[in-house]
Design a protein around this ligand. Structure first.
Ligand code: ADP
Ligand code: PAZ
Ligand code: K
Length: 239
């Protein structure tokens, strides 16, 4: 069995896979992650690990028995697409993994992958498996935090659904600005993508998937485990 670890800027996600089937899954705090890994090692017959990280978390300090094969995805890993990003060395590993997952799981399609995590990333891979890049913007939680951090008078609010677009109080104006702002942004990127492509697939993933999916205008494939699944697919591809 394969242990898959995705280290994002906010949370660490780990999952056990039998081939492409997810058997168990955990979201960890940084200090608990070794405990969660040990639990998986004890309770499943793990023979390999695949890990990708975009954070400063020192994953090299994680302990795995020597009998286990550990694959760390990095910018030189073999990928199932041609990379046309102008700065491939600074491309986020998570974005590469998402692009790989999209190519391996949705062959011969124009694909847009949207990952609503700490940041919202947009990645485009065409039907000939060419990766071109996309966009990076602040995620929902980051927007609430930025409004509070860089002003004197705006409170720090928790994610909440705005009742209307015209906020009639400080709190409702912030909720509208953050949540409706993200929704208009994502719908805008999707509309632009649909206008320029036929034969396409749109995938939404990341920690805010469920909150956002039901609020978007467009029909999309929403799967908060898409990055973990993509790591499992990439592992089989690189093997
Ligand atoms: N328990 C939680 N802790 C932190 N963020 C959460 C939690 N549940 C949902 N979220 C949402 O998930 C987003 C972060 O997504 P995630 O995919 O975990 O990020 P990353 O991959 O960058 O670590 C935040 O914008 C936040 O709104
Ligand atoms: C944009 C990101 C910070 C997103 O990270 P996440 O929200 O998934 O934690 C990450 O993909 C990254 O560090 N990218 C490097 C810059 C680039 O992709 O061009
Ligand atoms: K992201």
């Amino acid at each position: 069995m394969l242990l898959v670890i995705d280290i994002g800027n906010t949370r660490i996600k780990a999952a056990v896979f039998e081939q492409y089937t997810l058997l168990d899954f955990v979201v960890s705090e940084r200090i608990e992650v070794q405990n969660d890994i040990d639990f998986f090692l004890k309770n499943f017959k793990i023979d390999s690990v695949i890990l990708s990280s975009v954070s400063n978390f020192e994953y090299k300090k994680l302990f795995f028995p020597e009998s286990i094969k550990v694959v760390i995805v990095d910018n030189s890993s073999k990928m199932p697409f041609s990379n046309f990003y102008k700065t491939p060395k600074t491309l986020g590993i998570d974005r590469m993994v998402l692009a790989a997952g999209a190519v391996l799981q949705f062959p011969k399609k124009n694909r847009l992958v949207i990952d609503a995590g700490t940041c919202i990333t947009y990645d485009f891979i065409d039907e000939n498996d060419n990766y071109f890049g996309g966009a990076i913007s602040p995620g929902l939680k980051l927007r609430y935090e930025a409004l509070n951090n860089y002003t004197a008078n705006l409170p720090l609010l928790r994610l909440e659904s705005p009742e209307k677009v015209i906020g009639n109080s400080t709190n409702s104006a912030i909720h509208s600005g953050v949540v409706n702002g993200v929704i208009y942004e994502i719908d805008g990127f999707i509309t632009n993508f649909i206008n320029q492509n036929k034969n396409f697939t749109i995938i939404l993933t990341g920690g805010d998937t469920d909150f956002l999916a039901k609020r978007l205008k467009s029909t999309i494939f929403a799967n908060s485990n898409f990055l973990l699944e993509s790591l499992a697919h990439l592992y089989q591809y690189t093997k």
